[in-house]
Design a protein around this ligand. Structure first.
Ligand SMILES: NC(=O)c1ccc[n+]([C@@H]2O[C@H](COP(=O)([O-])OP(=O)(O)OC[C@H]3O[C@@H](n4cnc5c(N)ncnc54)[C@H](O)[C@@H]3O)[C@@H](O)[C@H]2O)c1
Length: 303
């Protein structure tokens, strides 16, 4: 047991399995009291089973830590609120929330149904909002706290998971908005893009060359929740962690600008744009053939 998070109370969603479970165990091992949330669903988000969160609580208690289970669906406002309220009722405070819960419903865009789009966006993006919303209201009052969202390298785009990619891009913008909106209250917000061996990564459409264990991701989350990261004023950042690799993503910014002499017309743009602002080539476009070959070998849905 370390003391990186001694005295802190941390809530972790999706903490019944995979990365969330490793985060919850690591937070407890570093001295935090932990709210373990998990709806206990299949990878597609079906068949909720409430015992999953309780199992992790027992593991934490067996190791000498303190934890409480919440089996709610964080895609609901009531679920997000309950996660935060449980921390306050049981432990009297909330210092950090880590939104890890996620599901996958893979389908090509041209065949994707509303039933494949809505739950994925609701679990990832709204499920981060519900918890951030409830936690930030308390953190604003007590002038401190840490919000952590989970994104993916797939926020750059995805061949067969437009729903997941769009939700993960949304989470980055939500985290940056939280960083901006809560800066004056001493609340930090950051995003983690993990690559780790779990049931979810076993499902990705391509071979992952750089990958590690959920415990690598948990170490980064513990650091970001700690006073050491707060002293460095780390906020509004997106970090990839993949085994031994850690990387920071660039902030979005305009690459090149040009100005019209007078107002724009389509004709003027057709003459002017290609030779001036041009394009910024999309790195993933160059990987399409390799991804298609990997997908074919893994029997991906092409429907
Ligand atoms: N594993 C990777 O390499 C990888 C890569 C990129 C991003 N991610 C992201 O990291 C996070 C964790 O992924 P993982 O690989 O550990 O997945 P996982 O499937 O092992 O665990 C996800 C957990 O979230 C829970 N969950 C799902 N919907 C929920 C809801 N509505 N309310 C509460 N809990 C819910 C599930 O029951 C499950 O226990 C996800 O957000 C995922 O998108 C993972």
């Amino acid at each position: 047991m370390g003391n990186f998070l001694a005295g802190k109370v941390v809530a972790v969603t999706g903490a019944g399995r995979g990365i969330g479970r490793a985060v919850a165990l690591a937070c407890a091992a570093e001295g935090a009291k932990v709210v373990v949330n998990d709806y206990g669903v299949s990878i597609e988000g079906a068949e909720p089973a409430s015992e999953i969160a309780g199992t992790v609580v027992k593991e934490i208690e067996a190791a000498g830590g303190e934890a409480v289970a919440v089996a709610d669906d964080i895609a609901t406002m009531a679920g997000g609120q309950r996660v935060v309220d449980t921390a306050l009722e049981r432990y009297g405070r909330i210092d950090g929330v880590v939104c890890v819960a996620g599901i996958l419903r893979e389908r090509m865009l041209f065949n994707m149904s509303e039933e494949e789009w809505d739950p994925v966006v609701a679990t990832h993006l709204k499920g981060t909002f519900t918890v951030f919303r409830a936690a930030s209201a308390v953190m604003r009052e007590r002038r401190g706290g840490t919000l952590i969202g989970f994104t993916s390298g797939n926020h750059q785009g995805s061949v067969s998971q437009a729903n997941y990619s769009a939700a993960k891009g949304g989470i980055i913008s939500l985290v940056r908005s939280a960083a901006l909106g809560l800066h004056k209250y001493g609340v930090t917000a950051n995003c983690v893009a993990p690559v780790a061996r779990t049931r979810m990564s076993a499902n990705v459409p391509m071979e992952l060359k750089e990958i590690g264990e959920p415990e690598d991701v948990a170490a980064l989350v513990v650091y970001l929740l700690s006073d050491r990261a707060r002293e460095e004023r780390i906020t509004g950042q997106v970090y990839t962690i993949a085994g031994p690799k850690i990387a920071v993503w660039a902030q979005p910014r305009e690459l090149r600008a040009a100005y019209a002499d007078g107002s724009w017309t389509p004709e003027k743009l057709a003459d002017f744009l290609p030779g001036t602002v041009g394009t910024d080539p999309m790195p993933m476009l160059t990987q399409l053939e390799a991804m298609a070959a990997a997908a074919a070998s893994k029997e991906r849905p092409n429907a």
